[in-house]
Design a protein around this ligand. Sequence first.
Ligand code: KG4
Ligand code: ZN
Length: 351
Amino acid sequence: MKFKYVLALETSCDDTSVAIVRHDGFVEKVLSADQDLVHEPFGGVVPEIASRNHTLQVLPLVEKCLNESTIKWEAIDGIAVTSRPGLVGSLIVGLVTAKTLSLTQGIPFLGVNHLEGHLLAPFLKDNEFSPPDEFAFPYVALAISGGHTQLYWVESHGKYRVLGKTLDDAAGEAFDKFAKLVGLGFPGGVAVDRLAKSGKRDRFHFPRALIHEKNLNFSFSGLKTAAQNEIAKMSEKQIQGEIQNLCASYQEAIVDALMNKLGKAVEQMGARRAIVTGGVSANSRLREVVSSWAQSKSLQVVIPPIRYCTDNAAMIGYAGILRFNRGEFSEATLAPSPRSYQDDFIEGVSR
Ligand code: KG4
Ligand code: ZN
């Protein structure tokens, strides 16, 4: 049987998202509810609070999604749900919802790897956006968010090679920790980006870890410590006076480290195409640097619209429907997993 439409659920971290996606990547409807306000006082995502909020948000979102779409239950062939990696308490909410809807509607469900969703996001389209016609496999993917920072070689559907990853903090985490340090709230990436626009990028020198090494790994924990040490030397008044410069210099260190490894990955793989995805790809300085780099190297680089870069169910729906149409589905015993399965990705450069 050919699947035409799926309902998709994403609850792996702190965003609750529901979507209806067509087999060719067209997003009929996507609705998301973030939880930034409830986690803000804690300066980070509190897993127990995240799961509790998913339980409150997921079913109303499913109902709203179906009400607001022309596609109704009768047309939906299956349910795709993020089952890994992520916070187990959060994943359980989506998974139990998917299993229940699968039983009540009499349609199959499929557990999807969240990262596969990010990697396939450039194929998503809607009435306002579609990827360039000639966009296709293979490509290098830089996935950067609050929870992950990885480089992949996306060879074809289902064949993803991990080229490199962060050895400690994720890029988004590095932004958020710095924002917290200088009192900009959580999540702080957007605030740093905004203030950096009027700051001097070379006012402070922050380290770019591992950029002289051939490998494609990242490390951001030293950067955070360097910023901490710099700030410890300053009075509150000095910090406020230098806040734009601090943001611009810190942001530049992250952008430089990301670009260094993205450039190396493209070179090593002889790639003609690349994508940048995940919440940090919203960063305006990174977008500027990526687009001039792409032009200078005659590369095709796709950064999906922000709504498909941050955690969303549309990308899970597309990854799921491709697999449903290859005959895959999950058993009712499927459990959530905090980590990816070993065969989700090919590790290392040669295999
Ligand atoms: O993909 P995402 O929505 O979900 C998580 O993995 O949590 O990414 C959120 C991350 C946060 O760390 C946030 O600070 C960062 O993306 N972020 C940004 C910007 N917008 C969001 N970082 C830098 N500049 C931005 N404009
Ligand atoms: Zn994500």
